[in-house]
Write a new protein. Structure first.
Length: 392
């Protein structure tokens, strides 16, 4: 028995000795890293004096070739990854010292200083759909007294903001069961806007029809494609019933109300049922009881209000190995939480994608400003979509 305890004690001491060795090596790495960055600062001043660019691609290729030749084959891949990261950190540090880095931190600081201390309670707001739409309900959650301007399409909401017809617009971005609203993500590439607020709305769908209609009378159901997707389980219980897509769930209810048809029904909200005097044939027909849709409030220019702790970015990456890793490594290194990553194809460019990042970090945190200063060094382009608070 004592022999087993002694062996365990010996193993623990051996592990502690090995870890002590690692600690000593790490101290040397820290000292060498600091010395390397100090030397990079001196190189930055030399480049400033002689008008040289920060990036010297040829020099980096030579260094990587030397690294590969200097380590055992089994360590070549991790060694290259390490030095590529060192090169990137060095470039970012040099640009910071030379004042040639990202303009994003300045844009954020300007938006912070220009915005009022409180989010407005009254505003002209564009929403897609008609009276009773979920966008309207989200708008009323964001604003105490909104004046709502209804648009036929999501594209029209973006255009209304750009043309100054409304100060704000409210549009759905993603659903907890049906996923992202791809049409909105595609439009985000086309339009200029800023996200200033977001909210999550619990979405309950009902099957609505004219009073006196029974479920067996229904031969066709109208609704928006996202709502149809969210109610797919219920729809599968209605074989032979035709499903027709329309622009909005409220529009579907309005159409049924004016149709005079007892064979037509709509998947919409119970609120729309009351608004358009429709009977509720079946309540809560969505697949998931916890069905939420996330809406964003957009404006023409950035407005950052106190307490903003979420940021959205739109990024294109260089067509090279590890380009996405370079961004994710910056987030990990700064301790910033990535809450959503979405990719969408870029129109007119084969197999090229735009990436959307949602980050969770206080906008005034030092690590957030440092991240923004680094991103343009590792991305082909970075578009700042806004920093905001999510209303629950």
């Amino acid at each position: 028995m004592m022999g087993a305890k002694n062996r365990k004690r010996a193993h623990i001491m051996e592990l502690q000795e090995l870890r002590s060795g690692i600690d000593e090596i790490d101290r040397q790495i820290i000292d060498l890293f600091a010395a390397r960055m100090q030397t990079a600062a001196s190189i930055a001043q030399y480049k400033r004096a002689h008008g040289l660019p920060v990036l010297d691609a040829g020099r980096e290729r030579e260094k990587l070739a030397d690294v590969i030749a200097s380590v055992p084959e089994a360590l070549q891949e991790p060694a290259v990854s390490l030095f590529r990261l060192l090169f990137s950190l060095s470039r970012g540090y040099q640009r910071q010292l030379l004042g040639t880095g990202s303009t994003l931190p300045g844009l954020v600081a300007e938006a912070l200083s220009a915005a009022p201390q409180m989010f407005p309670q009254r505003a002209y707001v564009a929403c897609q759909g008609v009276e009773g739409a979920f966008s309207q309900q989200a708008c009323e959650k964001l604003f105490a007294h909104p004046s709502i301007f209804y648009c036929a399409t999501f594209d029209a909401v973006f255009s209304a903001i750009e043309q100054g017809l409304c100060r704000y617009g409210v549009i759905p971005l993603e659903n907890s069961t049906a996923g992202s609203v791809n049409a909105v993500y595609d439009l985000m590439q086309k339009h200029h806007f800023s996200i200033v607020r977001s909210t999550r709305l619990k979405v309950n769908h009902s099957l609505l029809a004219l009073p006196g209609t029974s479920l067996t009378d229904v031969k066709e159901i109208l609704s928006h494609e996202q709502a149809l997707s969210q109610c797919s389980d219920f729809l599968r219980t209605l074989p032979g019933v035709r499903v027709t897509r329309c622009g909005n769930t409220a529009e579907a209810a309005k159409t049924v109300a004016s149709s005079g048809r007892h064979d037509l029904a709509a998947i919409s909200s119970s609120r729309c049922g009351q608004l358009y005097a429709l009977a509720e044939l079946r309540p809560n027909v969505q697949n998931d009881a916890g069905n939420f849709t996330r809406f964003i409030c957009i404006s023409a220019k950035p407005e950052i209000y106190p307490g903003a702790d979420r940021t959205s970015l739109m990024v294109t990456l260089r067509d090279e190995p590890g380009s996405l890793y370079q961004v994710l490594a910056r987030l990990y290194g700064r301790g910033i939480n990535l809450t959503k990553l979405e990719s969408r194809p870029i129109a007119g460019r084969d197999f090229e994608f735009m990436f959307y990042f949602d980050l969770q970090c206080p906008v005034c945190a030092p690590e957030f400003a440092k991240l923004l200063g680094e991103l343009e060094d590792v991305c082909q382009s970075v578009t700042y979509l806004g920093s905001y608070t999510e209303v629950v």
